[in-house]
Design a protein around this ligand. Structure first.
Ligand SMILES: Cc1cc2nc3c(=O)[nH]c(=O)nc-3n(C[C@H](O)[C@H](O)[C@H](O)COP(=O)(O)O)c2cc1C
Ligand code: SF4
Length: 717
């Protein structure tokens, strides 16, 4: 264990030497109150080993990165999930959602890659499920160039409003579509899956398009009455049951409420539908109507937010029900089951943040659950067609690419200790990962709390759940004997050279700029000293301006919108000016942009889009139209600049200039990472911290690529 006196010769540096160490107890047993979660449950002809059900979720990898996606599912199998699904899988080439990258099962040649995934899912006794999607009115077919087919001829509904319309399926094409589903079901069986989920939720799957009066305006036997609108799904399920139903369970994922009023598939009509078709699938998979509602971020949705929409449906059917709601608490899960609302606990995000959630409940390690914070960064991987990340679980989608495991670190290297400077998300994750590798770790924090930006931001409106980034790691560190935490320890290069740690990890965070430099202004903007200028840091430090406050948001993620909310709550008259066409533009990728806009409007915030700020005078800002450059004045008593951030890298550069002193000081490595290196979202910081810890003492790979990639090949015919 590290000796504090030896490491900190100057007592003034570490005023609060707090070493928080609690001995790790022996293996605990599962609490009996959670036994119900581990009961086996039948889904048609197959049986799940427990009630932990990973509902379909994409990952930005899909058909492009099948090995990465398969390894990710395999990790969930290891983590104890009873049911594991793929993401949506495009089941026929006449319906695809390019540019988004999902799975594809268009022909036999696709089977081997998909089979790899099924095999990984089943490694620890989980049931492997595949979600078959025919996207109908949601599939623009930008890749296949096929004319989209849907129940009725209407414009395609996509995030990007593609200028494409669908043609209405004629009756013979409905027959074709039924056959295509059967073909896909047979291929799924060949690939080794146990379950098929038919996608009819979130506005994305054709079953919903048939069921909803909004998208089904047919006048034949497939349109009109609910019975008619339900005909297609009845036919497809009957066909699939005939083909594979003896060995495969068939689940139907339907929207709980389309939330577009009476015209849409309302919650009341969903109930009528289920009552009329009690035994239709082997399991009802119930999910909120739009993806934005269903995967609602913690800023707008609590855990179990869909409870009221699901409650009572169980009485209408004898088939089991799975529901979702960012479930991370085993007590809430038990309540959902004991109260007869759900039979299976459906999780997408909680299974991403902690693939070992079921195992931890089973082993009585509730405090070890890494709870999802509801930030929806995982969704941005899909929305940006990149590859998903998770703020809480930096190993997500790196299981195959980098060989990272969420619970197991690589072995310790040659050196023995690390000084981590800064306890924000990057520093905390680095410390946690390093101590698991076996290094002695000292964390030096300049302030009196751990957490850095997450501790501060979690106090802003709607962001309290983000505090879990800190809480989880703080608790885990407190359980380790090889970590010491020092507060009030703002270290200089001299201090660090004096201490003699072998490795110095600088995660010193970033500071919001006060000069407006961001995207519109690449050099400091003209600001009259008579105007009161604030940055997000000022507001988080407790200085909240009042009167007429202009927020100039050239950052475009959540901060501008959150601060507008904070200021409005405090009685300011807020005008938010942004050069973007959307307030908090990048939150389109986290599915919360519309909710943010609505909330700000409800709070009386004036939203000014497509306008920048060219100058700030003593009593107003001058705003320009981004298209015409025509200017307008906005009166202001204060201006909040949500511009960009500067990495706090001074200590790093001071150390670099003294590189010749390192070896005398016993220093082998100095590394800057996280916001201090290049500011970004919190997920970027936890990833950077984790990566630092993984790579410490590793071999120099020179110019080689630091991850695996693949070019997928279709099987030979
Ligand atoms: C990254 C991500 C991708 C998703 N992709 C799908 C999908 O392919 N098919 C689907 O039916 N639902 C998808 N969903 C929705 C989830 O299945 C789930 O219904 C929703 O996230 C609510 O569950 P949760 O609160 O446990 O995350 C996705 C959710 C996430 C977070
Ligand atoms: S990225 Fe955020 S919302 Fe998604 S699983 Fe991780 S913590 Fe949860």
């Amino acid at each position: 264990m590290l000796q504090q006196g030896k490491l900190y010769p100057n007592p003034a540096i570490c005023k609060l030497p707090t070493r928080i160490t609690i001995a790790r107890g022996g293996q605990k047993l599962r609490d009996a109150r959670y036994d119900i979660l581990f009961e086996p449950m039948a889904i048609g002809p197959v049986t799940a080993k427990n009630r932990f059900y990973q509902v379909p979720h994409c990952n930005g990898g899909g058909y492009r990165d099948p090995s990465a996606a398969a390894a990710m599912r395999g990790t969930k199998a290891e983590g104890g999930w009873g049911v594991i699904f793929t993401e949506q899988c495009e089941m026929h080439h006449t319906s695809e959602i390019t540019p988004f990258i999902e799975l594809r099962l268009w022909e036999d040649q696709d089977i081997p890659q998909i089979a790899k995934m099924a095999e990984r899912m089943k490694t620890h006794g989980a049931l492997a499920g595949i979600q078959l999607a025919y996207s109908g009115i949601n599939g623009p077919n930008l890749y296949t160039k096929e004319v989209p087919l849907a129940p009725s001829a209407l414009p395609i509904r996509t995030f990007t409003n593609d200028p494409v319309q669908a043609r209405a399926l004629c009756k013979s094409e409905i027959k074709d579509l039924r056959r295509w589903f059967v073909n896909a079901a047979k291929r799924s069986k060949t690939a080794g899956f146990d379950l098929i989920c038919l996608y009819g939720a979130h506005g994305f799957g054709i079953f919903q398009h048939f069921l909803s009066r909004a998208t089904n305006q047919r006048s034949d036997e497939y349109g009109g009455s609910l019975e008619n609108r339900a005909r297609f799904v009845n036919e497809v399920i009957a066909d699939i049951r005939d083909a594979v139903g003896d060995t495969m369970g068939i689940t139907l994922r339907v929207s709980l409420d389309e939330t577009i009023g009476d015209l849409g598939f309302s919650n009341a009509e969903v109930r009528d539908f289920i009552e009329m078709n009690k035994d239709l699938p082997d399991l009802w998979d119930l999910a909120q109507g739009t993806w934005e509602d269903c995967s609602g971020p913690s800023r707008f949705k609590e855990e179990a937010a869909q409870h009221e929409l699901v409650k009572g449906i169980h009485e209408l059917t004898s088939k089991p029900i799975v529901g979702v709601g960012r479930f991370t608490s085993p007590d809430v899960m038990v309540k959902q089951i004991k109260s007869g609302v759900l039979d299976f606990i459906g999780c997408a995000r909680p299974s991403i943040a902690d693939p070992f959630l079921p195992k931890k409940v089973e082993e009585g390690r509730i405090d070890d659950i890494r709870e999802c914070i509801g930030c929806n960064i995982c969704i941005t991987g899909d929305m940006t067609m990149s590859i998903s990340r998770c703020t809480q679980n930096p190993t997500f989608m790196e299981e195959w690419r980098k060989g990272w495991h969420p619970e197991i670190m690589n072995k310790k290297g040659d050196s023995s200790n690390v000084l981590v400077v800064g306890s924000g998300p990057a520093g905390l994750e680095a410390a946690w990962a390093l101590c698991r590798r076996g290094y002695d770790v000292a964390v030096a924090e300049a302030g009196t709390d751990l957490g850095g930006r997450v501790a501060r931001e979690s106090k802003l409106p709607g962001l309290s759940a983000w505090g879990r980034v800190k809480d989880y790691r703080e608790y885990q560190l407190s359980q380790r004997a090889n970590v010491e935490t020092y507060f009030d320890s703002r270290l200089s290069a001299d201090d660090i050279l004096e201490f003699g740690f072998e490795n110095v990890a600088l995660a010193t965070g970033a500071t919001w700029r006060r000069d407006g430099v961001s995207r519109q202004h690449v050099v400091p903007m003209a600001i009259d000293p008579g105007m009161k200028i604030y940055t997000p840091d000022d507001l988080m430090d407790g200085t909240v301006p009042s009167g007429n406050v202009v927020i100039y948001d050239d950052d475009h993620y959540y901060m501008g919108g959150v601060l507008a909310e904070l200021l409005a709550q405090n009685g300011a008259r807020v005008t938010l000016i942004t050069p973007s066409a959307f307030v908090s533009d990048w939150t389109n990728n986290t599915l919360e942009q519309a909710s943010i806009h609505a909330r700000l409007v409800e709070m009386g915030v004036e939203i000014v889009l497509n306008r920048g700020v060219t100058g700030i005078s003593a009593d107003h800002v001058v705003s320009n139209c981004v298209y015409t450059d025509m200017t307008e004045k906005y009166a202001a008593d204060a201006v909040v600049l949500v511009a960009s951030r500067i990495g706090n890298d001074e200590v790093y550069h001071n150390l670099k200039t003294r590189e010749s002193d390192w070896s005398d000081a016993g220093i082998k490595s100095v590394k800057l990472f996280g916001d201090a290196e290049a500011p970004g979202p919190i997920a970027w910081s936890t990833y950077a911290g984790h990566r630092y810890a993984r790579e410490l003492d590793g071999e120099d790979i020179g110019d080689a690529l630091p991850f695996r990639r693949e070019i997928t090949e279709l099987a030979k015919e």
